[in-house]
Design a protein around this ligand. Structure first.
Ligand SMILES: NC(=O)c1ccc[n+]([C@@H]2O[C@H](COP(=O)([O-])OP(=O)(O)OC[C@H]3O[C@@H](n4cnc5c(N)ncnc54)[C@H](OP(=O)(O)O)[C@@H]3O)[C@@H](O)[C@H]2O)c1
Length: 392
């Protein structure tokens, strides 16, 4: 039986097969009247709302059709969205840019209706709850309490905006030791990396693991988390600068893709692993790398194909897995964090890595929201390393 949160993820998040029912533009979520959550009397008790009334407008980025980055349109004063029952209004501090945003904008993943506000991740402050809305449920040990004024991070649609309406069950409290920038930069890419190494393939100390796009957002997290759990990482990245960063992030070896000669890439990895191959590949490049990374998985190892940066993998003959009994998975993050218990459990583990300094969140650049076109061109250029953020 799917949980409420799981249904939300299925409706609003990630999977190309489920996005036909994707978000309505936030302006259509408007109920007839706007209510702040009575429990908190935010204008007298909240540190945020006592100092400022809610604005009538907020900046927003949208597209009216799919296509190139130049279609992204910045509007400085869109009507402030109002949260319906079961939702909160979050004033975004920083907005995370993720490669998946480009799949929706380009048309690779379908969009149900236009205008469409991109974005799937942000940090900020809860400024209001919808009518008759209880704060989100806490875990059994009382964690996950969120009130008006709480600092939160969340994964939800329509984040390229100053304010976003978010289902309360998706709100994740941010601890004092984690700043707003790091919070916005962590949740989607960090939880992806963490769930990949814990559940897609449970990585053991001493395992050889191969990571493609290793200097990117998810790649940076993977290299550092793999170091933290004692794995031996072969990082794959397209430039010497990126390979240097992957080594700094804990990769034992960093190599290129062998773009001229993929067989050489295969020989290189087999050479590093004593001819055996790696226990797991975490590949986000997709179409361009699938065949060569399959060749470097060891017997009974895993090929975890979690992204399509070069295009989707199609037409794969299952029988090829039998040559080495390879496990093949195409995971999406939302299926690992479908319940609030799972979401908060993984988030707490993630914040722990950050607070202990075992993971340093590398921020490539913080772009003003109005520079969204430049930011998008940059992430698609393959020249960025680490996380790109927007600031409303
Ligand atoms: N399954 C999930 O739930 C899930 C969740 C989050 C992210 N993802 C996927 O993880 C991947 C990484 O996401 P991210 O946001 O962290 O992005 P990113 O890695 O920072 O940026 C994409 C990187 O992909 C590499 N790349 C290889 N071929 C490319 C091509 N033809 N065009 C553009 N880039 C290419 C580039 O690194 P090099 O130049 O070093 O090759 C580039 O820097 C994406 O594919 C994303 O869809 C999946």
């Amino acid at each position: 039986m799917p949980t409420t949160l799981h249904l939300l993820w299925r409706t609003f998040f990630l999977s190309p097969t489920t996005t036909r029912t994707l978000t309505k533009p936030i302006t259509t979520l408007r109920p007839p009247t706007f209510h702040l959550h009575p429990q908190f009397q935010p204008f007298t008790t909240s540190p945020i709302s006592t100092k400022m009334a809610l604005p009538k407008t907020t900046p927003q980025v949208s597209i009216s059709t799919t296509g190139p980055p130049s279609l992204l349109t910045y509007t400085p004063s869109s009507p402030l969205p109002t949260p319906p029952k079961g939702h909160a209004l979050v004033r975004n501090a920083f907005i995370g840019i993720n490669y998946i945003d480009t799949y929706f904008r380009s048309g690779l993943y379908p969009i149900a209706s236009f205008p469409f506000v991109p974005g799937r991740e942000a940090s900020g402050v809860v400024v209001a709850f919808g009518p008759d809305t209880s704060p989100p449920s806490a875990t059994k040990d009382g964690k996950g309490v969120v009130e008006v004024g709480s600092r939160v991070a969340y994964l939800h649609t329509a984040t390229y905006a100053g304010h976003t309406v978010v289902p309360v069950e998706a709100l994740v409290p941010v601890p004092d030791g984690v700043g707003d920038e790091v919070a916005a930069a962590s949740l989607l890419q960090g939880l992806t990396a963490l769930t990949l190494i814990r559940e897609a393939h449970r990585v053991e100390r001493g395992d050889w693991v191969l990571v493609t796009a290793a200097a990117g957002g998810v790649g940076g997290w993977l290299c550092q988390l793999l170091r933290a759990v004692g794995a031996r990482t072969i990082a794959v990245a397209s430039s010497e600068e990126k390979r240097g960063l992957a080594r700094e992030n804990g990769a034992e070896v960093a190599i290129g893709y062998g773009e001229e000669d993929r067989e050489k890439f295969v020989e290189e990895v087999l050479g590093i692993t004593g001819g055996e191959g790696v226990a797991a590949v975490f590949d986000s490049v997709g179409k361009a790398t699938f065949d060569s990374v399959l060749k470097v998985v060891r017997r009974k190892g895993s090929l975890i194909s979690f992204g399509n940066a070069s295009g989707a993998v199609e037409g794969f003959a299952l029988g090829r897995l039998g040559a080495k009994n390879v496990r093949l998975m195409r995971p999406t993050l939302f299926n690992f964090i479908a319940t609030r218990e799972e979401l908060l459990g993984y988030a707490e583990e993630l914040w722990g890595f950050v607070e202990r300094g075992e993971v340093k969140v590398h921020i490539h650049e913080i772009y003003p929201l109005e520079d969204v076109v430049r930011a998008t061109v940059d992430i698609e250029s393959r020249k960025t390393t680490g996380k790109l953020l927007l600031k409303p």
